[in-house]
Design a protein around this ligand. Structure first.
Ligand code: SAM
Ligand code: SF4
Length: 332
Protein backbone atom coordinates (compact mmCIF):
# COMPACT_ATOMS: atom_id res chain seq x y z
CA UNK A 1 0.00 0.00 0.00
CA UNK A 2 1.38 3.43 -0.87
CA UNK A 3 1.18 6.04 1.84
CA UNK A 4 0.30 9.66 1.00
CA UNK A 5 3.18 11.99 1.96
CA UNK A 6 2.76 13.87 5.22
CA UNK A 7 2.48 17.66 5.32
CA UNK A 8 5.79 19.26 6.32
CA UNK A 9 6.27 23.00 5.84
CA UNK A 10 9.39 24.92 4.83
CA UNK A 11 10.31 25.42 8.49
CA UNK A 12 10.28 21.69 9.24
CA UNK A 13 6.94 21.76 11.08
CA UNK A 14 4.69 18.75 10.46
CA UNK A 15 1.09 19.88 10.02
CA UNK A 16 -1.24 17.69 12.08
CA UNK A 17 -4.13 19.96 13.03
CA UNK A 18 -6.91 21.20 10.73
CA UNK A 19 -9.53 23.76 11.71
CA UNK A 20 -12.59 23.91 9.54
CA UNK A 21 -14.95 26.87 9.49
CA UNK A 22 -18.22 25.16 8.54
CA UNK A 23 -20.11 28.45 8.20
CA UNK A 24 -19.22 32.13 8.50
CA UNK A 25 -22.75 32.83 9.86
CA UNK A 26 -23.52 33.31 13.51
CA UNK A 27 -26.52 33.97 15.73
CA UNK A 28 -24.48 36.34 17.93
CA UNK A 29 -22.46 39.45 17.06
CA UNK A 30 -19.61 39.57 19.60
CA UNK A 31 -18.20 43.09 19.46
CA UNK A 32 -14.55 42.03 19.09
CA UNK A 33 -15.40 39.48 16.38
CA UNK A 34 -17.77 41.16 13.93
CA UNK A 35 -19.71 44.34 13.19
CA UNK A 36 -23.40 44.49 14.04
CA UNK A 37 -24.21 44.74 10.32
CA UNK A 38 -21.86 41.92 9.31
CA UNK A 39 -22.58 40.54 5.84
CA UNK A 40 -22.18 36.82 5.23
CA UNK A 41 -21.20 34.85 2.15
CA UNK A 42 -23.96 33.84 -0.26
CA UNK A 43 -24.76 30.17 0.29
CA UNK A 44 -23.78 29.17 -3.25
CA UNK A 45 -20.15 30.11 -2.50
CA UNK A 46 -19.89 27.65 0.41
CA UNK A 47 -18.37 24.21 0.30
CA UNK A 48 -21.00 21.48 0.32
CA UNK A 49 -21.01 18.97 3.14
CA UNK A 50 -19.68 16.23 0.85
CA UNK A 51 -16.83 18.50 -0.28
CA UNK A 52 -15.85 19.34 3.30
CA UNK A 53 -15.83 15.64 4.14
CA UNK A 54 -13.72 14.69 1.10
CA UNK A 55 -11.20 17.43 1.86
CA UNK A 56 -11.04 16.44 5.54
CA UNK A 57 -10.56 12.79 4.63
CA UNK A 58 -7.68 13.70 2.32
CA UNK A 59 -6.08 15.73 5.10
CA UNK A 60 -6.30 12.72 7.40
CA UNK A 61 -4.73 10.51 4.72
CA UNK A 62 -1.88 13.04 4.70
CA UNK A 63 -1.25 12.93 8.41
CA UNK A 64 -3.74 15.31 10.03
CA UNK A 65 -4.78 13.69 13.32
CA UNK A 66 -6.87 16.46 14.93
CA UNK A 67 -9.78 18.33 13.41
CA UNK A 68 -11.70 21.15 15.07
CA UNK A 69 -15.00 22.37 13.61
CA UNK A 70 -15.57 26.06 14.12
CA UNK A 71 -17.03 29.07 12.36
CA UNK A 72 -18.97 31.38 12.61
CA UNK A 73 -21.20 29.32 14.78
CA UNK A 74 -20.90 25.71 13.57
CA UNK A 75 -24.22 24.67 15.11
CA UNK A 76 -26.21 27.12 12.95
CA UNK A 77 -25.31 25.17 9.79
CA UNK A 78 -28.32 23.01 9.04
CA UNK A 79 -26.43 19.86 7.96
CA UNK A 80 -23.72 20.08 10.62
CA UNK A 81 -24.97 16.90 12.35
CA UNK A 82 -24.41 14.89 9.16
CA UNK A 83 -20.93 16.33 8.80
CA UNK A 84 -20.00 15.51 12.39
CA UNK A 85 -21.24 11.94 11.94
CA UNK A 86 -19.25 11.53 8.74
CA UNK A 87 -16.03 12.95 10.18
CA UNK A 88 -16.59 11.04 13.43
CA UNK A 89 -16.15 7.79 11.52
CA UNK A 90 -12.46 8.66 11.14
CA UNK A 91 -11.89 8.89 14.91
CA UNK A 92 -9.64 5.95 15.78
CA UNK A 93 -9.00 5.42 12.07
CA UNK A 94 -6.34 8.01 11.40
CA UNK A 95 -8.00 10.79 13.34
CA UNK A 96 -7.13 10.98 17.05
CA UNK A 97 -9.61 13.68 17.89
CA UNK A 98 -12.60 15.57 16.48
CA UNK A 99 -13.55 18.69 18.45
CA UNK A 100 -15.71 21.78 18.08
CA UNK A 101 -15.68 25.41 19.19
CA UNK A 102 -19.19 26.76 19.76
CA UNK A 103 -21.02 29.63 21.43
CA UNK A 104 -23.32 26.95 22.96
CA UNK A 105 -26.61 28.72 22.13
CA UNK A 106 -27.81 25.54 20.35
CA UNK A 107 -25.84 23.02 22.36
CA UNK A 108 -28.85 21.66 24.32
CA UNK A 109 -30.23 20.45 20.98
CA UNK A 110 -26.98 19.07 19.54
CA UNK A 111 -24.87 17.80 22.46
CA UNK A 112 -26.11 14.15 22.46
CA UNK A 113 -25.49 13.82 18.70
CA UNK A 114 -22.01 15.33 19.00
CA UNK A 115 -21.12 12.83 21.71
CA UNK A 116 -22.62 9.93 19.72
CA UNK A 117 -20.52 10.92 16.70
CA UNK A 118 -17.27 10.61 18.65
CA UNK A 119 -16.65 14.15 19.90
CA UNK A 120 -15.27 14.02 23.45
CA UNK A 121 -14.24 17.64 24.10
CA UNK A 122 -15.63 20.98 23.03
CA UNK A 123 -14.62 24.60 23.58
CA UNK A 124 -17.36 27.03 24.54
CA UNK A 125 -16.97 30.81 24.26
CA UNK A 126 -18.19 32.54 27.39
CA UNK A 127 -16.84 36.05 27.93
CA UNK A 128 -18.83 36.83 31.08
CA UNK A 129 -21.16 35.14 33.56
CA UNK A 130 -22.94 38.43 34.17
CA UNK A 131 -26.14 38.47 32.06
CA UNK A 132 -25.89 42.21 31.27
CA UNK A 133 -22.20 42.16 30.36
CA UNK A 134 -22.66 38.98 28.31
CA UNK A 135 -25.55 40.57 26.44
CA UNK A 136 -23.53 43.72 25.82
CA UNK A 137 -20.46 41.87 24.48
CA UNK A 138 -22.49 39.51 22.26
CA UNK A 139 -24.99 42.30 21.39
CA UNK A 140 -28.00 40.06 22.11
CA UNK A 141 -26.87 36.79 23.71
CA UNK A 142 -28.58 35.18 26.70
CA UNK A 143 -26.04 33.78 29.16
CA UNK A 144 -28.66 31.43 30.68
CA UNK A 145 -29.02 29.71 27.31
CA UNK A 146 -25.24 29.23 27.09
CA UNK A 147 -25.04 27.84 30.63
CA UNK A 148 -27.88 25.44 29.80
CA UNK A 149 -25.98 24.38 26.66
CA UNK A 150 -22.89 23.72 28.76
CA UNK A 151 -24.97 21.66 31.21
CA UNK A 152 -26.36 19.63 28.29
CA UNK A 153 -22.83 18.99 27.05
CA UNK A 154 -21.81 17.68 30.46
CA UNK A 155 -24.91 15.47 30.62
CA UNK A 156 -23.91 14.03 27.25
CA UNK A 157 -20.45 13.23 28.63
CA UNK A 158 -18.52 15.97 26.83
CA UNK A 159 -15.58 17.73 28.48
CA UNK A 160 -15.99 21.51 28.20
CA UNK A 161 -13.22 24.09 28.05
CA UNK A 162 -14.22 27.73 28.33
CA UNK A 163 -12.73 30.38 26.01
CA UNK A 164 -12.81 33.98 27.25
CA UNK A 165 -11.56 36.97 25.25
CA UNK A 166 -10.37 39.54 27.79
CA UNK A 167 -11.62 43.06 27.00
CA UNK A 168 -10.63 46.31 28.69
CA UNK A 169 -13.50 47.96 30.52
CA UNK A 170 -15.89 45.09 29.79
CA UNK A 171 -14.84 41.82 31.42
CA UNK A 172 -11.22 42.27 32.54
CA UNK A 173 -12.34 42.49 36.18
CA UNK A 174 -14.35 39.25 35.87
CA UNK A 175 -11.45 36.95 35.00
CA UNK A 176 -10.75 35.81 38.57
CA UNK A 177 -14.40 34.97 39.18
CA UNK A 178 -14.56 33.15 35.85
CA UNK A 179 -11.49 31.06 36.78
CA UNK A 180 -13.06 30.28 40.14
CA UNK A 181 -16.38 29.30 38.53
CA UNK A 182 -14.58 27.12 35.96
CA UNK A 183 -12.69 25.39 38.78
CA UNK A 184 -15.90 24.66 40.69
CA UNK A 185 -17.62 23.40 37.53
CA UNK A 186 -14.61 21.31 36.42
CA UNK A 187 -13.80 23.29 33.26
CA UNK A 188 -10.40 24.40 32.01
CA UNK A 189 -10.29 28.09 31.04
CA UNK A 190 -8.38 29.68 28.15
CA UNK A 191 -7.95 33.44 28.12
CA UNK A 192 -7.48 35.06 24.71
CA UNK A 193 -6.04 38.43 23.62
CA UNK A 194 -8.23 40.21 21.09
CA UNK A 195 -6.61 39.85 17.65
CA UNK A 196 -6.74 42.40 14.81
CA UNK A 197 -8.80 40.40 12.32
CA UNK A 198 -11.49 42.02 10.18
CA UNK A 199 -13.25 45.37 10.57
CA UNK A 200 -15.55 45.83 13.57
CA UNK A 201 -17.56 48.82 14.79
CA UNK A 202 -14.91 50.03 17.27
CA UNK A 203 -11.12 50.32 17.51
CA UNK A 204 -9.83 47.06 19.03
CA UNK A 205 -6.92 48.95 20.60
CA UNK A 206 -9.36 50.48 23.07
CA UNK A 207 -10.30 47.01 24.34
CA UNK A 208 -6.92 45.28 24.17
CA UNK A 209 -5.61 43.87 27.46
CA UNK A 210 -2.16 42.23 27.54
CA UNK A 211 -2.57 38.87 29.26
CA UNK A 212 0.71 39.43 31.12
CA UNK A 213 -1.22 41.98 33.27
CA UNK A 214 -4.14 39.61 33.79
CA UNK A 215 -1.77 36.84 34.81
CA UNK A 216 -0.19 39.03 37.50
CA UNK A 217 -3.61 39.74 38.99
CA UNK A 218 -4.63 36.07 38.89
CA UNK A 219 -1.33 35.02 40.51
CA UNK A 220 -2.19 37.14 43.55
CA UNK A 221 -5.46 35.21 44.04
CA UNK A 222 -4.68 31.66 42.82
CA UNK A 223 -1.78 29.22 43.24
CA UNK A 224 -0.71 28.87 39.62
CA UNK A 225 2.03 26.44 38.63
CA UNK A 226 3.37 25.95 35.13
CA UNK A 227 1.90 22.97 33.27
CA UNK A 228 3.91 21.48 30.42
CA UNK A 229 0.79 20.54 28.39
CA UNK A 230 1.23 21.79 24.77
CA UNK A 231 -1.12 21.42 21.83
CA UNK A 232 1.03 22.81 19.02
CA UNK A 233 -1.08 25.94 19.35
CA UNK A 234 -0.29 29.35 20.79
CA UNK A 235 -1.46 28.60 24.37
CA UNK A 236 0.70 28.23 27.47
CA UNK A 237 -0.84 26.45 30.45
CA UNK A 238 -0.90 26.70 34.23
CA UNK A 239 -2.43 24.36 36.82
CA UNK A 240 -4.72 26.09 39.33
CA UNK A 241 -3.81 24.76 42.81
CA UNK A 242 -7.18 25.55 44.41
CA UNK A 243 -9.26 23.50 41.95
CA UNK A 244 -6.86 21.39 39.87
CA UNK A 245 -8.20 22.75 36.56
CA UNK A 246 -6.01 24.26 33.88
CA UNK A 247 -5.59 27.90 32.87
CA UNK A 248 -4.44 28.57 29.30
CA UNK A 249 -3.16 31.89 28.01
CA UNK A 250 -3.45 32.58 24.30
CA UNK A 251 -1.43 35.75 23.91
CA UNK A 252 -0.35 36.07 20.28
CA UNK A 253 0.22 39.81 20.67
CA UNK A 254 2.44 39.80 23.75
CA UNK A 255 4.11 36.40 23.30
CA UNK A 256 4.58 34.65 20.03
CA UNK A 257 4.70 30.85 20.01
CA UNK A 258 4.52 30.29 16.26
CA UNK A 259 7.70 28.17 16.22
CA UNK A 260 5.75 25.01 17.10
CA UNK A 261 2.59 25.79 15.10
CA UNK A 262 1.20 22.61 13.51
CA UNK A 263 -2.15 23.90 12.24
CA UNK A 264 -3.84 25.09 9.06
CA UNK A 265 -7.34 26.44 8.47
CA UNK A 266 -10.02 25.74 5.88
CA UNK A 267 -12.62 28.43 5.30
CA UNK A 268 -16.26 27.76 4.59
CA UNK A 269 -15.54 28.84 0.99
CA UNK A 270 -12.84 26.20 0.59
CA UNK A 271 -9.75 28.36 0.94
CA UNK A 272 -6.87 26.94 2.93
CA UNK A 273 -5.05 29.53 5.04
CA UNK A 274 -1.67 28.60 6.45
CA UNK A 275 -1.71 31.19 9.24
CA UNK A 276 -4.39 33.21 11.06
CA UNK A 277 -2.33 36.35 10.59
CA UNK A 278 -1.43 36.11 6.87
CA UNK A 279 -3.40 36.25 3.63
CA UNK A 280 -1.52 33.54 1.73
CA UNK A 281 -3.89 30.74 0.77
CA UNK A 282 -4.79 28.16 -1.85
CA UNK A 283 -8.24 27.41 -3.20
CA UNK A 284 -9.09 23.79 -2.37
CA UNK A 285 -12.68 24.08 -3.63
CA UNK A 286 -11.47 25.03 -7.08
CA UNK A 287 -8.84 22.27 -7.02
CA UNK A 288 -11.33 19.60 -5.94
CA UNK A 289 -14.00 20.68 -8.43
CA UNK A 290 -11.63 20.82 -11.39
CA UNK A 291 -9.18 17.97 -10.74
CA UNK A 292 -10.40 15.77 -7.88
CA UNK A 293 -8.04 14.26 -5.30
CA UNK A 294 -4.92 14.62 -7.47
CA UNK A 295 -5.48 18.36 -7.83
CA UNK A 296 -6.27 18.61 -4.12
CA UNK A 297 -2.92 16.99 -3.33
CA UNK A 298 -1.13 19.36 -5.70
CA UNK A 299 -2.80 22.32 -4.02
CA UNK A 300 -1.73 21.09 -0.57
CA UNK A 301 1.85 20.69 -1.78
CA UNK A 302 1.74 24.22 -3.21
CA UNK A 303 0.34 25.54 0.05
CA UNK A 304 2.97 24.18 2.42
CA UNK A 305 5.82 26.52 1.47
CA UNK A 306 3.44 29.45 2.08
CA UNK A 307 3.20 28.76 5.80
CA UNK A 308 5.07 31.70 7.36
CA UNK A 309 7.48 31.38 10.27
CA UNK A 310 5.22 33.62 12.39
CA UNK A 311 2.19 35.91 12.26
CA UNK A 312 2.51 39.72 11.95
CA UNK A 313 -0.16 40.74 14.48
CA UNK A 314 0.28 44.15 16.09
CA UNK A 315 -2.28 46.22 17.95
CA UNK A 316 -1.72 49.90 17.18
CA UNK A 317 -4.25 52.66 17.76
CA UNK A 318 -6.11 53.63 14.60
CA UNK A 319 -4.34 51.06 12.40
CA UNK A 320 -6.23 48.76 10.03
CA UNK A 321 -6.63 45.11 11.12
CA UNK A 322 -3.59 42.91 10.26
CA UNK A 323 -5.83 40.83 8.02
CA UNK A 324 -9.12 41.94 6.48
CA UNK A 325 -10.94 38.65 7.01
CA UNK A 326 -12.71 38.00 10.29
CA UNK A 327 -11.89 35.18 12.69
CA UNK A 328 -15.34 33.77 11.85
CA UNK A 329 -14.24 33.20 8.24
CA UNK A 330 -11.07 31.30 9.12
CA UNK A 331 -12.49 29.51 12.17
CA UNK A 332 -10.98 30.71 15.44
N1 SAM B 1 -18.89 30.89 17.32
C1 SAM B 1 -18.02 30.00 17.99
C2 SAM B 1 -17.55 30.57 19.29
O1 SAM B 1 -17.69 31.76 19.50
O2 SAM B 1 -17.02 29.79 20.08
C3 SAM B 1 -16.84 29.56 17.16
C4 SAM B 1 -16.17 30.59 16.29
S1 SAM B 1 -15.34 31.90 17.15
C5 SAM B 1 -14.70 32.83 15.79
C6 SAM B 1 -13.96 31.03 17.82
C7 SAM B 1 -13.21 31.74 18.90
O3 SAM B 1 -12.59 32.88 18.37
C8 SAM B 1 -14.07 32.21 20.06
O4 SAM B 1 -13.53 31.75 21.28
C9 SAM B 1 -14.00 33.72 19.98
O5 SAM B 1 -14.08 34.29 21.23
C10 SAM B 1 -12.67 33.92 19.32
N2 SAM B 1 -12.53 35.19 18.58
C11 SAM B 1 -13.34 35.71 17.64
N3 SAM B 1 -12.83 36.87 17.16
C12 SAM B 1 -11.67 37.09 17.81
C13 SAM B 1 -10.68 38.11 17.77
N4 SAM B 1 -10.76 39.13 16.93
N5 SAM B 1 -9.61 37.99 18.61
C14 SAM B 1 -9.50 36.95 19.45
N6 SAM B 1 -10.40 35.94 19.53
C15 SAM B 1 -11.48 36.02 18.73
FE1 SF4 C 1 -20.27 34.41 16.69
FE2 SF4 C 1 -18.24 33.15 17.85
FE3 SF4 C 1 -17.84 35.48 16.54
FE4 SF4 C 1 -19.18 35.50 18.81
S1 SF4 C 1 -17.03 34.89 18.54
S2 SF4 C 1 -19.79 36.56 16.91
S3 SF4 C 1 -20.24 33.60 18.78
S4 SF4 C 1 -18.46 33.58 15.64
Amino acid sequence: MTCAPSLVDAHGRTIRYLRISVTDRCDLRCRYCMAESMTFLPRDRLLGLEEIAVIAERFVARGIDRIRLSGGEPLVRRDVGDLVRRLGRMVGHGLDELTMTTNATRLRLHAPALADAGIRRINVSLDSLDPGVFRHITRHGDVAQVLDGIAAAREAGLTVKINMVVLKGLNEDHVGDMLDWCGREGHDLSLIETMPMGAIDEDRTDRFVPLTHVFETLSARFALSRDTHRTGGPARYWRVGEHGNRLGLISPLTENFCGGCNRVRLTTEGKLYLCLGHDDHVDLKEALRTGGIAALDDALDRALPMKPAAHDFRIEAGSAPAVARHMSVTGG
